[in-house]
Design a protein around this ligand. Sequence first.
Ligand code: ADP
Length: 492
Amino acid sequence: MATTKNNTLKLKFDSARKYAPALESKSAATIDARYDLFINGKFEKPQSKKYFSTINPATEEKLSEIADANAADVDKAVKAARAASDKYWKKMPASERGKYIFRIARMIQERARELAVIETLDGGKPIRESRDFDVPTAANHFFYYAGWTDKLAYAFPGKDPQPLGVAGQIIPWNFPLLMAAWKIAPALATGNTVVLKPAENTSLTALKLAEIIREADLPPGVVNIITGAGSTGAAIVNHPDINKIAFTGSTDVGKIIQRAIAGTNKKATLELGGKAANIIFDDAPIDQAVEGVINGIFFNQGHVCCAGSRLYVQESVYKEVVRKLKDRLETLIVGDPMDKNTDIGAINSKEQLNTINKYLKIGQKEGAEMYQANVEIPSKGFFCRPTIFTNVAQSNRIAQEEIFGPVLTIQTFRTDDEVIEKANNTPYGLSAGVWTDKGSKIFNLTTKLRAGVVWANTFNQFDPTSPFGGYKESGYGREGGLHGLAPYLNLG
Ligand code: ADP
């Protein structure tokens, strides 16, 4: 790169860094030294007698100790959920159930600041994201599904919607509280009881949600929150008295779950990996598109299954788009997630950072050209510079496999048909984005892209009223909206 260009970038880099730190206070969060399992309305010590540490990925400091539930603990939680289903939840008038769910939503709002701070400390995402997206969207899911509770007969006219019973729910680390809300709210609204397991490295906000559920005075056992790693998840999946599994996580574990429940009566929804294509046509508003691409892959550390990790740019605007992307990359602020200026926080765990670094090497070995923002990253904690790969071939692993980090591959295309084929050419099909001035192109692409969600001239927009889910190896079943109710119901 020419020196003048370097100087310009350095200037931009310096000006981005000129903001004085605007740190969110940790005092909003009370984190206990140790957390037990939330079973039958109470926090109980694990029968395993084991605990594991949860750390702050931005500092590597230990935050708390979390109970490691074994099969006996899972059994206790399932029994509590079954008893609560038979004794209270199924029998309760639907409008009463709705009031409890509404109360949880209100309490999440009241404790929003605390939840956002804990989410950021435990997961490493920027406080701006936890505060402005995760926590309010979690509350919105409870509000939204509270409204459906007594209207199920209208949602499914001519049917007799009945709850399935006990739902076992397993969630990942990228949106800990939001995923918990996403799973628990529709299950409760449809009259099911719940055993939920958060991811082992981000259990804290789910445990705070357990406190909220206790304070909301939900009948004991309606929601049970148990912590642990993969073996705890497997014990939920294999428990004979679970009626439904709702899982969000990796495609590999999704396949294990599918095999485990084959031949049983358990129903399942699986929301798995993704490798979303973001497509920029030459008639698109380029500046907005560039910002949308940055938002789609970098603002969340790439820790989103629907992240726009593959960019396809129409040949005539390729140079302009790449130049603008690189310029914008230099202004991104990577660092302390508790700083309100931060755009890219910490990678969630050392293992995940290792995976990302492995892919950076693979990409270079495959012959792609790597460009990383010239930003300083903290010496402690798990951080990754935002990275762009050009000169990428469709068959390259970096263009086919889910990296789950701030890494974007860029390729070109000439025609609609070519980009549709390239965009669909992955094992995944969770989401996609199209940037163009032409409504007709949007309609053409949205009908042909094999992705559960296609955003037009925007990216990563979420709303509780809108269904979300995948095609192919991205899973099956839909969550959110009216569609999110059906997988929790027996419709007769
Ligand atoms: P990610 O790659 O996003 O961490 P995983 O699929 O590994 O996704 O984890 C998602 C969730 O699944 C976590 O809560 C994890 O503990 C759980 N899990 C991992 N292995 C299993 C398994 N064999 N059965 C059930 N749950 C599992």
